[in-house]
Design a protein around this ligand. Structure first.
Ligand code: GLN
Length: 395
């Protein structure tokens, strides 16, 4: 779908950037603007953030919390993060030595990768993957090793996973609840992964940004809570999805003190710190009671059912997500050449943007008949999308 890129003068081209392309998710958002389309591509809410949270941010600015915080995060915010993990999972993190506040999970992930990967290291990734992990790995000079998640349940083959681990494996990057598939890794699967990490002396770097968006009784287990994993895990998370503030760019990384030390160094020179007034608002957000999280999950469950009905009604086969706020679909019943042709038609003719499935695969052919839709939207938007998407049946 991409627009024509300017010719790149090789003298000025870093070797680090040649192996990956622009994010297709972000590109789809720009195309959605261009075509006046409903954006079911990039996963961000189009409804307001919680009122109390907005007020807390505005009050922080008015009270002149407008200068740098400590580079690894304002102390009250780190304390609030520690308290939240104690409350939710019974896990203790030392705010002084194990918590680093970053500009979103995106920075948290790349700062972690830069802190621990060397050129030549190998990194295990499940495919399909959230597209950032590939560039994150390659910018460090490390090489990804892919392990397939198989639809419809997105199971993996244990032997294939074991074969992906080698003496050069530095880490596995794990995203559960998973984007784009909606898979929630079970405790048993995580135990198997944890066993391999220990056997091969590798780290688990986890993106747990959808931890509270769970359906049908699915339970989120941080892999670092499993025996032997605390000292070999780096947990990345953020306020973005849980509190519907994706534009705030406030995230955090939990890691043992030695790893946190390295991550803090990278983070400091990358960004200095996340926005101070928003960290203050975050202190309030992370203190919210269980009701908030229960309501979040049940609101998204109803929206999931809404979009599933739309997509199935239009003849797409849906892989039902157990967590996160995306649906992967199989478009093979609709007669389009591939995911790109379908996405182009959808955006240009029906004014709905989605993400072509191939962008979640290192082997693009595996995603040629898949398309991802997000449903973190107002009912009004989902209704409008329904009206448009159902036209697939009549056009
Ligand atoms: N996680 C969102 C998605 O997959 C996008 C995040 C981003 O663009 N930084 O759509």
């Amino acid at each position: 779908m991409s627009s024509t890129a300017p010719a790149l003068r090789t003298r000025f081209r870093s070797d680090r950037i040649v192996n990956f392309t622009e994010s297709v998710i972000r590109e789809m958002t720009r195309l959605a603007f261009q075509h006046g389309a409903i954006n079911l591509a990039q996963g961000f809410p189009d409804f307001p953030a919680p009122e109390a949270l907005k007020r807390a941010a505005a009050e922080a600015i008015a009270a002149d919390v407008n200068q740098y915080s400590i580079t690894w995060g304002a102390k009250p915010f780190r304390d609030a993060i520690a308290a939240k993990y104690r409350r939710t999972y019974g896990l203790d993190f030392d705010p002084e030595r194990e918590i680093t506040v970053c500009c979103g999970a995106t920075e948290g992930m790349i700062a972690s990768c830069l802190a621990v990967f060397n050129p030549g290291d190998e990194v295990v990734l499940f495919e399909p993957f959230y597209e950032n992990y590939n560039p994150d790995t390659q910018l460090c000079g490390a090489s990804p090793r892919y392990v397939t998640l198989h639809a419809p349940e997105w199971n993996f083959d244990r032997d294939e996973l074991r074969r992906a681990f080698t003496p050069r494996t530095k880490a596995i990057i794990l995203n559960s609840p998973n984007n784009p598939t909606g898979k929630v890794f079970t405790r048993e699967e995580l135990e198997f992964i944890a066993g391999l990490c220990q056997e091969f002396d590798a780290l688990a770097i986890t993106d747990e940004i959808y931890e509270h968006i769970l359906y049908d009784g699915a339970v989120h287990v941080p892999i670092l809570s499993l025996p032997g994993m605390r000292e070999r895990s780096i947990l990345v998370n953020s306020m973005s999805k849980t509190y519907s503030v994706t534009g705030w760019r406030v995230g955090w990384v939990l890691a043992p003190p030695d790893l946190s030390d390295s991550i803090r160094k990278v983070h400091d020179f990358l960004t200095v710190g996340a926005a101070s007034p928003l960290q203050q608002a975050g202190t309030m957000a992370l203190a919210m009671g269980d009701d908030y999280y229960t309501a979040l999950a049940s609101q998204y469950a109803a929206k999931r059912d809404h979009i599933l009905e739309t997509l199935e009604g239009a003849g797409l086969r849906c892989f039902i997500p157990r967590g996160a706020y995306y649906v992967m679909t199989d478009i093979s019943g609709l007669g389009f050449a591939d995911d790109l042709a379908f996405s182009r038609y959808l955006i240009e003719k029906l004014r709905v943007a989605a993400v072509p499935g191939s962008s979640f695969y290192a082997h693009p052919d595996r995603g040629r008949q898949q398309v991802r839709f997000c449903f973190c939207k107002k009912y009004e938007t989902l209704e409008e999308a329904r009206h448009q998407i159902l036209r697939l049946k009549t056009t």
